[in-house]
Design a protein around this ligand. Structure first.
Ligand SMILES: [Zn+2]
Length: 246
């Protein structure tokens, strides 16, 4: 199976407009030991709704905090997270708020890293048997003529393929765990063995990268919105061969 980094097509004509916001976020962090500053803009979990949670007010203001305070807020949130979910500084929670106008396509990539789908888009994904597609209805305001949008929750996974996998240049920070590595190659690829059994996920090392399978792209083609995307191959037969012992 081939896998692709899903990127928005520069040639796609925009027939819709959207402004989005999220009610709750973990703060960005700064470590006073290694001075790493981290704030993800894409590691969001729409299914984790903090409504009615007594600590929710601590997650409203976008800000940067020292690592220790970030870690306290992260740990406090942990019981609300689905098992195995790894969050990071800047992670957003809960359904999207805001507004949408125009005619969004059945499947859309917002800002390059948020995967949206209309009900029709989701139905086709389900009929095609796509795996691991868990979508949350947004709370975007719109006219009645605009289809309701859902956000596909993408969990982080995947590893760089060898050769070219970045390697640490020194031991991880003893406080925040930050690891400085060599650079990844420009034409990076995914290790086939690291690909989860789902048809869409987020690359764990670069969380703005949405990875989809060729089956996902087949569904997009069936929906007639392939012109919205410029997918780049990141895993295919070469990785499959590397995985199979000679
Ligand atoms: Zn550190």
């Amino acid at each position: 199976m081939r896998y692709y980094h899903l990127q928005g097509a520069t040639s796609a004509k925009s027939r819709w407009e959207v402004r989005v916001d999220r009610a709750w976020n973990l703060p960005g962090s700064i470590c006073r030991t290694c001075w790493a500053e981290v704030a993800h803009i894409s590691l969001d979990f729409p299914s984790v709704d903090l409504f009615d949670w007594p600590h929710a007010h601590e997650y409203v203001e976008a800000r940067q905090e020292p690592w220790e305070e970030y870690a306290r807020l992260r740990d406090q949130l942990r019981p609300l997270l689905p098992s195995g979910v790894v969050v990071g500084p800047g992670s957003g929670f809960g359904p999207m708020n805001g507004w949408v106008k125009g005619s969004p396509p059945p499947v859309a990539l917002l800002d390059g890293w948020t995967l949206l789908a209309t009900e029709h888009g989701l139905e086709e994904m389900s009929m095609d048997g796509l795996r691991g597609i868990h979508a949350v209805r947004t709370r975007l305001r719109s006219a009645n003529s605009v289809p309701t949008l859902h956000e596909v929750e993408l969990l982080p996974a995947g590893e760089f393929a060898e050769p070219g996998r970045p390697v640490p240049t020194k031991p991880p920070c003893g406080v925040c765990g930050n690891v400085v590595t060599t650079l990844a190659p420009l034409e990076w690829r995914l290790d086939a063995a690291s690909i989860p059994e789902v048809d869409a996920f987020r690359f764990q090392h670069w969380t703005t990268c949405v990875i989809v399978s060729e089956r996902f792209l087949d569904t997009v083609r069936g929906l007639g919105c392939e012109g919205e995307f410029e997918p780049r191959l990141v895993a295919g037969p070469a990785e499959e061969r590397a995985r199979t012992p000679a």
